[in-house]
Design a protein around this ligand. Structure first.
Ligand SMILES: NC(=O)c1ccc[n+]([C@@H]2O[C@H](COP(=O)([O-])OP(=O)(O)OC[C@H]3O[C@@H](n4cnc5c(N)ncnc54)[C@H](O)[C@@H]3O)[C@@H](O)[C@H]2O)c1
Length: 368
């Protein structure tokens, strides 16, 4: 691995406040030239990004405890498909049950359940936590803001507190480009993002700030990753790429908010998973964009690409632009390159082709 090892030195650490065992693993054993297998907690393991990140971690030889509550925000059959792809053919049907495959152990657990989270840390020795469990989705957060704050904020605090109590020193937390609404592009990490325009964005900002507090008080090393529109095979069926593929394929009208000129810095799932694993390196506390960093693509151009790949014409129902949506996103990805040695490799043309191909092969099975 190409990382330069930076020992973690934080004058703000208050070791007397850390109860229990402090992680014995020196940071340089986590990532870097003397790379050793880690024991990792990966939350949201059945989710889109969790699934691909788990695969990369397992391929690198790490031990992974994956948790997910398998909620029905979108069709859980897709989550079960992802778990099967990871070798978990029969995930536990009840909360607290376990299933395993190779170096992956999976349990059905809700991060909103503080005692269950603490119990998990008491029973396992983790070197680091990657918290990919979340309620994601801008529009749904307007319908039910409470669950967004319970999972994204309370759930994150439960994990941070368990890390403090059980001496786990590294936290990777995905956040979102939606925090940059209203800012000048390209979006840089040092822009002030104090005016989130959806409950979802507000919950992600709250989680970022909570992670800072636990870093400041207890020296937990935190990497916040602001993802930019992640897409790809087995992607989220509530997001435009998979939704539009489904509608075009079925000959149903696409429900398009706005005129399709809104542009996104689409970032392919494999790139996001790679950046998430690289984010395990020690940084102190850093916020880092993971975005394609190239020309953003208009939604109407994505629709055209899918029409070509499926050989079908889209029918479009134009709906009013949603106030909680952004007109355009574009990442400044220089910090990810400098700190993590990361850049997006897969361009939108190739990524859309792979996504459409996956959809063609799996649409019948999942009817997502
Ligand atoms: N996909 C994107 O474009 C995108 C963009 C920006 C940020 N993100 C962030 O990336 C992270 C992963 O998102 P994703 O796209 O993989 O979403 P996802 O919904 O596919 O995955 C999240 C997983 O977490 C699980 N989960 C939700 N609440 C839980 C809880 N209380 N306890 C345990 N498990 C729970 C869900 O069942 C799901 O499997 C999220 O933090 C999201 O906000 C994603």
């Amino acid at each position: 691995m190409p990382f330069v090892v930076i020992p973690h030195e934080n004058p703000e650490i208050h070791p007397e406040l850390v109860e229990g065992r402090v992680s014995a693993s020196p940071w340089e054993t986590l990532v870097g030239p003397r790379h050793l297998p880690m024991n990792l907690l990966l939350t949201g393991a059945a989710g889109f990004v969790g699934w691909k990140t788990a695969r990369l971690l397992l391929e690198a030889g790490h031990e992974v405890v994956g948790i997910d509550n398998l909620n029905d925000y979108y069709d859980p059959r897709l989550k079960l498909w992802r778990l099967r792809d990871l070798g978990i053919a029969e995930p536990p049907t009840v909360t607290g049950g376990w299933a395993g495959a190779g170096n992956l152990r999976f349990t059905r657990l809700d991060i909103e359940d503080r005692d269950a989270v603490d119990g998990l840390f008491a029973a396992n020795r983790f070197d680091a936590v990657i918290n990919l469990a979340a309620r994601a989705g801008v529009r749904a957060s307007i319908e039910d803001p409470y669950v967004y704050f319970r999972t994204n904020v309370d759930g994150t605090v439960h994990l941070l507190e368990a890390m403090r109590r059980h001496g786990v020193g590294k936290f990777v937390l995905p956040s979102s480009s939606s925090l940059y609404a209203g800012q000048a592009m390209p979006f840089r990490e040092d822009l002030p993002v104090n005016a989130p325009i959806s409950p979802y964005a507000a919950s992600k900002k709250a989680a970022e700030t909570a992670a800072y507090t636990w870093h400041h008080l207890y020296g937990i090393d935190v990497t916040i990753l602001r993802y930019f529109t992640v897409y790809g095979p087995a992607g989220r069926p509530d997001m435009s790429p998979l939704r539009f593929l489904k509608w075009i394929d079925a000959g149903e009208p696409i429900q398009l908010y706005g005129d399709g000129s809104q542009r996104r810095d689409f970032t392919y799932i494999d790139d996001i998973a790679e950046g998430t694993v690289k984010a395990l390196r020690p940084v102190g506390y850093e916020i880092i964009n993971l975005g394609g960093g190239r020309e953003p693509v208009a939604i109407k151009d994505m629709i055209r690409a899918f029409e070509d790949h499926l050989g079908k014409k889209a029918v479009i129902d134009f709906l009013p632009f949603n106030k909680a949506d952004m007109k355009e996103t574009r990442a400044d990805a220089a910090k990810a390159r400098d700190l993590l040695g990361w850049h997006a490799r897969v361009g939108a043309g190739e990524g859309f082709r792979r996504t459409a191909e996956w959809y063609r092969e799996h649409a019948d099975v999942f009817r997502i």
